[in-house]
Design a protein around this ligand. Sequence first.
Ligand code: FPP
Length: 250
Amino acid sequence: MSKAEAHSAAPAHAGLAPACGLRHAAIIMDGNGRWAARRNLPRFVGHKQGVEAVRTTVRAARDMGLEALTLYAFSSENWKRPEDEVSDLMGLLRHFIRADVDEFIANNVRLKIIGNYRVLAPDLVEMIDDIVERTAHNSGTTLVIALNYGAQDELVRATRALAAAAARGEVNADAIEAAHIDAMLDTSDLPPLDLLIRTSGEQRLSNFLLWQAAYAELYFTDTLWPDFDGNSLAEAFQSYATRERRFGGR
Ligand code: FPP
């Protein structure tokens, strides 16, 4: 397929997600650094190009009728990166949210954040809260950005909340079931996770959506994140459509 065809292909995939029985997909966006290194460019350029891939992918997901797209933008372990890189990532995020809010509103996209984002810079937290509130009633695709997110941290927070509820006598500890835990997670208002994609050839979950991925289909591609686009997303969805999901049955 030519590059021109590739770019005009997104509308051709309209409605692909429901046609595949797919409601919620998540992506571990990996390979920005390698994309830049292959071009002898600084890592920042790879992250910047990664933001363009975020834009393209969100538009494609919306065109394809996906209910929820969850993106791993900054993990609770990413603080271990050099200070400059952390600051670059926060700057890109700030710019992305500010620049794209009008597009979210025009396209009926709801923004949601998962992870302990309240520890980020106060101006960023304020900006996020404002946009989350302004898009809260949008009924199209929910764009979920995982920020300072770690699945183990999410489960610790959920466990603490349940333990506190049990201590107040609101829930009987012996009667706690999976649904109680689900309800305490950051993702409680999202459809179940159907498909988890990781780019760049790495095949691990890196502390992302560990509970939610229990029955998700996994899809790994060698494509580096900055090169990921609507056609890459459609390929992942088409692969999902061939999977036989058994949820432990046969
Ligand atoms: C992995 O590439 C990517 C990240 C750590 C962060 C992803 C962030 C973005 C795409 C930009 C900001 C996001 C939004 C939503 C605006 P890597 O640096 O680990 O790549 P490498 O493994 O090749 O070094």
